[in-house]
Write a new protein. Structure first.
Lengths: 245, 245
């Protein structure tokens, strides 16, 4: 789990991103995952007023900084990581998958600034920009034999990388699961259900399906919440009333 | 690790996505992670020729299918999962984080078709669309106190979700899960159940409990196996026969 202080130490550096909407989409992903430090390396200025794709991330754009060179942009960082599409260039760096590299970035951010570099959508990071990186990280993409390597747009790539950085392997449902029905309530439901199978003639036609243990198991498999169990009881009572009436 | 066959069983369903570039970006993310089955639910046709954002994913767009309703789009699916921004609506479904829900989708895809639903960027999935879902999944976003909940664009949200589905992990399914009922079977069960609520007078006494979306959600919460769903259909038909007789 990254603290807010750690998130503030991880900066996203966009090298030669030219499309304001791509920059805006990156800012939006940063905002969504709690990152704030956006740095732009460009040899000419890009008008961020056109970055309508930023939506709620206008604060991040307003505080973003322009730099003329990669060296200037990352001068304060203790770890510099480049992102790349695998198979694109000859390998001169150690390349980690996203899941492999993210813990290293989290560790670095515990003690000092770390930079995550993204290149332009068309050409990626240049060899010069890559030469500033300690190692590289790649999003594992699906390989179709004979087909050009797939890629994502800049906003998507940033979203996936930042998601992995904050990812928690939490497997329990969010929020409050509804309170389960009691065994007593389930048993009343089971008895009522069994009596309906008799009353409708189903038990005579399909004895195996109306076996009391099978009926009990069937009801238990539903994993009913208390409110659902009570509603089902109400409905079954109404059905019984209708049938006997 | 998802096999190619499993990836082909997971379909992405976009409900009321209107912007061709958003649809194209989703197709691009699918292509990048090896998914192929894109289904579009719209009450009017969207020109996919304008989806320039698809880049290498033109095959996926060419093979995508239009449906008039959510029910039609997911009829063959044994698991239907909605995506949502947490905190947006009152909670009527179990909500998993992405990391919590992905293993359940992988398990389902081992034996049959599974659907992952995305709503429009502006409004998300409607309550009617959500009522078709067994449970919901959300991308955990950073909460800034007092600030409107962050969100991502549709292409980013799809990329992050699909990345999590193919992300390498050591999780292995616990035993073999029974094959789930198809959405078509569950919808038949829903209709039969709704007609019983009318026929018994329950709908008149408790209109809220007989609301069609609420009935649909109630049935989806049961997570019925195929064999159980068929048995329930048989029992409900018997009840209907008894009531009308």
């Amino acid at each position: 789990m990254l603290t807010d202080a750690e998130r503030s130490r991880i900066c996203v550096v966009l090298v030669r991103a030219r499309n304001p909407n791509n920059i805006g989409a990156v800012a939006r992903a940063m905002h969504g995952f709690g990152f704030t430090d956006l740095r732009l390396v460009n040899d000419y200025s890009v008008s961020l007023e056109k970055a309508r794709s930023a939506i709620d991330a206008s604060d991040i754009l307003a505080r973003s900084r322009f730099f003329a060179t990669v060296a200037d942009a990352i001068a304060d960082c203790r770890l510099v990581v480049g992102t790349t599409a695998v198979g694109k260039r000859k390998q001169e760096h150690t390349i980690y998958t996203l899941a492999g590299g993210a813990p290293l970035i989290r560790n670095a951010a515990a003690s000092g600034p770390a930079a995550l570099l993204f290149g332009s959508e068309k050409t990626g990071l240049s060899n010069q920009a890559l030469s500033h990186c300690q190692w590289l990280m790649t999003i594992p993409m699906h390989q179709t034999p004979g087909v050009r390597h797939a890629s994502m747009n800049l906003g998507q790539a940033a979203a996936v990388c930042l998601y992995e950085l904050v990812r928690e392997s939490q497997e329990t449902p969010l929020g409050i699961l509804p309170s389960g029905a009691t065994a007593g309530e389930l048993e009343r439901l089971t008895e009522l259900w069994g009596s309906l199978l008799d009353a409708t003639g189903y038990a005579q036609r399909r004895p195996a399906g109306a076996d009391p243990d099978e009926v009990r198991r069937t009801i238990r498999r539903l994993n009913l919440s208390q409110s659902d169990a009570r509603r089902w009881l109400g409905i079954l009572r109404q059905i019984r009333w209708k049938i006997s009436g």
